[in-house]
Design a protein around this ligand. Structure first.
Ligand SMILES: [Ca+2]
Ligand SMILES: [Ca+2]
Ligand SMILES: [Ca+2]
Length: 139
């Protein structure tokens, strides 16, 4: 049923503070962190996290028109709950409320998963913090 892709959904979840908590039980909230440590220092800085999120924009923009919108998830209409979540997720990042999320809007969107993972608020997520995040959500 997840025909529009696990990665796309996870990335949307990372955009959505309001729905993230309900979703993480089903999907790995830490997936965006995978491979994000570009300087290989064992910590994922906020900049690294945002860069990793940005790199997923193209995966979510299925029709490659430069914006993430409902049209990129045509099958979501079959699943009312999913459809509602998708609307909420887009709304979270959609700063100018045109129902489209541009790359610039995504860049400025909140990063609740990062904030949650960075337990000691030093601006970086360590491997231990990431492990704790995953453990807290049964992953
Ligand atoms: Ca790093
Ligand atoms: Ca699109
Ligand atoms: Ca917008």
């Amino acid at each position: 049923m997840w025909t529009f892709g696990r990665t796309a959904l996870i990335t949307l979840l990372a955009l959505a503070p309001a729905v993230a908590d309900a979703q993480v039980r089903q999907r790995d909230p830490a997936a965006t962190f995978d491979g994000a440590d570009s300087n290989k220092d064992g910590q994922i800085s906020r900049a690294e996290y945002l860069a990793a999120r940005d790199s997923r924009f193209a995966q979510m923009d299925k029709d490659h028109n430069g914006v993430i919108e409902r049209a990129d998830f045509p099958r979501a209409d079959r699943w009312p709950q999913l459809s509602d979540r998708l609307n909420a997720m887009i709304a979270e990042a959609d700063a100018d409320k045109d129902n489209k999320v541009t790359r610039a809007e995504l860049a400025k969107a909140p990063a609740p998963i990062f904030d949650k993972a960075d337990a000691n608020h030093d601006g970086s997520v360590s491997k231990a913090e990431l492990a704790a995040l995953r453990a807290a959500h049964g992953g």
